[in-house]
Design a protein around this ligand. Structure first.
Ligand code: 5AD
Ligand code: SF4
Length: 458
């Protein structure tokens, strides 16, 4: 069967789609461009804006491509979890709807639907346990790639948990991804070990709130910091990252790990959301700016080179100019190297829908533009400070922009910054994906660095 996967949303969704593609390819299906496909899988996101409308528009478009009786569309992800049956009622060619926990079984259902053209299914129940997915580790008789290997050479993502218990006032995730479910630490460690054996050099541990890993198991399994230490010990493990972290759950042991574990990358995404105590309280974030800044201080003490990034919402209900100034102030104090910032948007069923007064679109946009302008400057300044420094880069793929006389490759340093390196005299036959290389930074740009190679790649 020829299939196409369209992905929206966060890293978890990208990872889910990668896994689904591999799972289907291992069953003999072929991932192709949309124009050649018979089966279309849309992995949706509902965290912001007007996602349902967007998905409906895409489904209408895909409907025109379902021309033979066996052609159909499957909808997965957070919007699928929310709308469920509604998709089957609205679109005759949608024959599978699968939510967060349903994805584990999606390959099997896709196969069934490809054979039985009458069948239509909704798989939206939340399960009590983390649904382990098929892969090389689950079935030793099948020769599959280990489950975490995605599309970037040398790098892999490993899910360590699903769902979230925090119910921040603006967020729909607890409703679409369900309650927190940690995976068994032994399964995670086995997966990481297999990935390293297969040549993976960098592993990113994924979850909605990785720092509360294990808390749903009443201490019967490892804590997140213990898990980090165990993974760090795996022979050949060169780089570990993790995302996303809730500030309220960062344990002192995790802060310490940044100072102690040589293969834990000096990079942390620590969503602050707002710098105002008043707004943080309304958001239900369970920390205040003093506590957040304390964590940042201790992180910088443990690991002076740490690269901090964040998420910020502007225009949350009731946000005043003073509240917004506090957010600008926290940006100045932390000096995030980059940030994702958003205008607050009402999501159905979340607590903030009922909070007033709403901030006007105009004011929210003004605040967002102001914040993003300042972030641009800080990012530039942070990157400028790196010129002349030596760093190790994990190479990913040829750069988008190429020059004559050689070939340029793009990779990331341990802080997660994009670095482009020019290999003079080489051409596009040069294969460096997944290799590490020492470089000296020669130039900084708005969002990336340029380096020249110091030694040979390994
Ligand atoms: N409106 C705006 N931004 C939101 N986010 C989550 N929910 C909303 C919302 N309703 C942002 C948060 C979160 C990121 C993934 O998306 O900043 O950290
Ligand atoms: Fe989107 Fe959040 Fe769901 Fe990820 S978890 S797909 S960001 S709604």
């Amino acid at each position: 069967m020829k299939f196409n996967v369209l992905t929206f949303g966060c890293q978890m969704n990208v990872h889910d789609s990668d896994w689904l593609i591999r799972a289907m390819e291992s069953r003999g299906w072929k991932a192709v461009d949309e124009s050649e496909a018979n089966i279309f899988i849309v992995n949706t996101c509902s965290v912001r804006d007007k996602p349902e409308q967007k998905v409906y528009n895409i489904l209408r478009r895909l409907g025109h491509l379902c021309t033979s009786p066996g052609d159909f569309v499957a909808v997965g992800g957070c919007v699928a979890q929310q709308i469920g049956e509604g998709f089957l009622e609205k679109f005759p060619y949608v024959r599978l709807v699968f939510g967060s926990d349903g994805i584990a079984k999606a390959p099997q259902y896709l196969e069934e639907l490809a054979v039985d053209h009458e069948k239509r299914l909704v798989v939206n129940d939340f399960l009590a346990q983390y649904p382990e997915r098929e892969g090389g580790l689950a079935d030793p008789n099948e020769e599959l790639l280990p489950p975490g290997i995605g599309t970037i050479p040398g790098q892999a993502f490993v899910n360590i948990m699903q769902g979230c218990d925090n119910f921040c006032a603006y967020c729909i995730v607890p409703y679409t991804r369900g309650r927190q479910k940690s995976r068994l630490s032994s399964a995670i460690i086995d997966e990481c070990r297999a990935l390293v054996k297969a040549g993976i050099r960098e592993i990113t541990l994924l979850g909605q709130n990785v720092n509360s890993f294990g808390l749903d198991k009443n201490g019967s399994d490892l804590s997140f910091s213990q898990l980090l230490y165990k993974i760090s010990e795996i022979e050949g493990m060169e780089r570990i990252r993790f995302t996303t972290s809730h500030p309220k759950d960062i344990a002192p042991e995790v802060v310490k790990a940044f100072g102690e574990l040589p293969n834990l990358c000096p990079q942390l995404h620590l969503p602050v959301q707002s710098g105002s105590d008043n707004i943080l309280k309304k958001m239900g974030r369970k920390y205040d700016r003093a506590r957040y800044l304390g964590i940042v201080e201790r992180l910088k003490e443990a690991c002076p080179d740490i690269v901090l990034t964040t998420d910020i919402i502007v225009g949350f209900p009731g946000e005043t100019d003073e509240d917004f100034e506090q957010t600008m102030d926290i940006m100045e104090r932390v000096r995030y190297e980059s940030s994702f910032s958003f205008k607050y948007s009402d999501r159905p069923g979340v607590a903030a829908v009922k909070m007033n007064p709403k901030v006007s679109e105009e004011v929210a946009q003004k605040r967002l533009t102001h914040l993003q302008e300042r972030q641009k400057q800080i990012t530039r300044e942070c990157l400028e400070e790196l010129t002349g420094k030596d760093m190790v880069v994990l190479l990913e793929r040829p750069s988008k922009r190429q020059e004559a006389g050689g070939v340029s490759w793009r990779g990331k340093d341990s802080g997660g910054r994009v670095v482009n390196i020019f290999f003079e005299g080489s051409d596009e036959t040069l294969q460096l994906g997944g290799k590490l290389i020492k470089v000296k930074i020669t130039q900084s740009k708005n969002h990336s660095l340029v380096g020249s190679k110091v030694g040979d790649p390994w």
